[in-house]
Design a protein around this ligand. Structure first.
Ligand code: GDP
Length: 163
């Protein structure tokens, strides 16, 4: 429709947005802010990651000192994964989120989502892919392109209860 067409310009990208367990109960507020921006939600799924699924998702951080904390938190309750689409979606979504540390976000980007809804650097509302290649991997993680859940994607969502 026209609303969608207006939002999707020539630099249309897709990115993966994750609403972390700390704000799943306020996901409506986060989604309102997404729709107030230039982005639209084109896929969405609520799921609870196992520890090893969260570790797979955050594999690029596996050597960081905060890796265990991050994975533990990401698998502590339901998350909402979304595909967002729009002009420069990767950088637009990260800018909407604001700095990773919610306290820093309140100082540096008071309008950002983390400034408004975040607690600290762990309970920081959301995740956004940091590049187009990361977005491709992360979208495939949550929204496998194979129809159904047979091989080769069974390793990612072995506990799917939807089919
Ligand atoms: P993001 O892409 O903005 O989410 O930030 P990063 O890619 O730098 O880090 C990924 C996630 O790791 C962040 O969202 C935080 O939840 C967590 N994180 C980053 N830095 C720290 C840190 O110094 N301490 C802790 N405990 N967690 C961190």
């Amino acid at each position: 429709d026209q609303y969608t067409a207006n939002k999707l310009g020539s630099k249309k990208e897709r990115t993966l947005a994750l609403i972390k367990p700390d704000v799943v109960t306020k996901m409506g507020d986060v989604i309102d802010l997404i729709y107030s921006s230039s982005l639209i939600v084109t896929k969405a799924k609520m799921t609870t990651l196992t520890w090893s699924q969260a570790a797979d998702f955050y594999v690029e951080h596996q050597s960081k000192p905060f890796f265990n904390n991050l994975v533990q938190f990401a698998s502590s309750g339901p998350v909402v994964a979304m595909e967002l689409m729009g002009d420069e979606a990767v950088s637009t979504w990260r800018r909407l989120l604001g700095p990773a540390d919610s306290a820093a976000a309140r100082k540096e980007a008071p309008q950002s989502i983390r400034a408004q809804f975040g607690t600290d650097v762990v309970k920081n509302v959301g995740h956004g892919s940091e590049s187009l290649s990361a977005a491709a991997r992360e979208l495939e993680f949550f929204f496998p392109s194979t129809i159904g859940h047979g091989p080769p994607n069974t390793a990612t969502f072995t506990d799917c209860t939807c089919c």
